[in-house]
Design a protein around this ligand. Sequence first.
Ligand SMILES: *Cc1c(COP(=O)(O)O)cnc(C)c1O
Length: 356
Amino acid sequence: MSSNKNIPYFRPEIADMEGYAPGEQPKLKNIIKLNTNENAYPPSPNVAKAYKALNLDLKRFYPDPLANNLRAAIAKVYGFKTENIIAGNGSDDILTMTIRCFSDKTLKIACIAPSYSLYQELAKIQNAKCIVVKLDKDFKVPSDLAKQISGANLFMIPRPNSPTGNSIPKTMLAKICKTFKGIVLIDEAYADFAEDNCLDFVKKFNNVIISRTMSKSYAMAGMRLGYAISNPEIIQGMMKVKDSYNVNRVTQALAIAAIKDQKYLKKTVSMIQKTREATSARLKEMNFKIIPSEANFILVSPPDKDGEKYFKFLRSKNIVTRYFPGSVIGSFVRISIGTDKEMDKLLKLTARFYGC
Ligand SMILES: *Cc1c(COP(=O)(O)O)cnc(C)c1O
């Protein structure tokens, strides 16, 4: 991905960067795709209905630049007002807006590692420095986190974290929001699969942005819809830096249908949680190390701690998972939670491979 050295006109920080490497989207038929945490189930049937009801003639016209109907629908679900919400072309768009608003050459970003690596790539594009706080060997945040991130203007943390699946304790994060002199973006891409979330922080602290996505729990990764919940002043500022028509007309309509069906969301989320717990328990029996997960994936280390070998074995059986090279993370593989049938197949192959 690195830029062509024959074109010397790129900004230096762009020429120097590799670019974010998204998870593989394999074209092979008959694969079990457990590598980018998409939902095991289809979106709500109401989304299909809304899709059929779309008026194609309206496509001539630009969409609502503010996505007001969608913002109102989101606000209603969570007990906020429209002015507390901004919609994005996926939550990656929300992250881009946040970094544009709150970081530059002198205003630093802070994040944890291992975590969602896009933050650091977006920081490079913005020419902002990033303070990277290392997690311990169990992927927990260090007790001096607040001290390590002080001096940054923006702290970005997923809760639950990816690729680890665990969460920083809520009380610890609340303390950070209270004392940190900057914006705290809590990336809740997986919060629907967790026991709790930090939406209440928006009312308690004036420096908190919660980022959500319909890609994971709402099974709409292909539609590209993310949103942020924050106080109106922050939302207004973010509106200034977003692309004018960042959420297309089809996505706006289908996202309204999806968010209104909370019953379907709860049903599918609870099925995935159940499969997650059963899969974790079975792998534990096979002497795998499992990081306790609150998301729709699990980070697991096989008995011989050779993550790459396990990843390659599964790949050879047409099961695609995610492997992250590295001294600690390299002994793990991240597995998205699929259907019970898909996980049964993975578990059977795994048991045979390790002779359990
Ligand atoms: C998947 C993911 C996102 C991106 O979601 P989109 O809405 O599809 O852009 C953001 N943050 C984390 C931690 C994720 O895992």
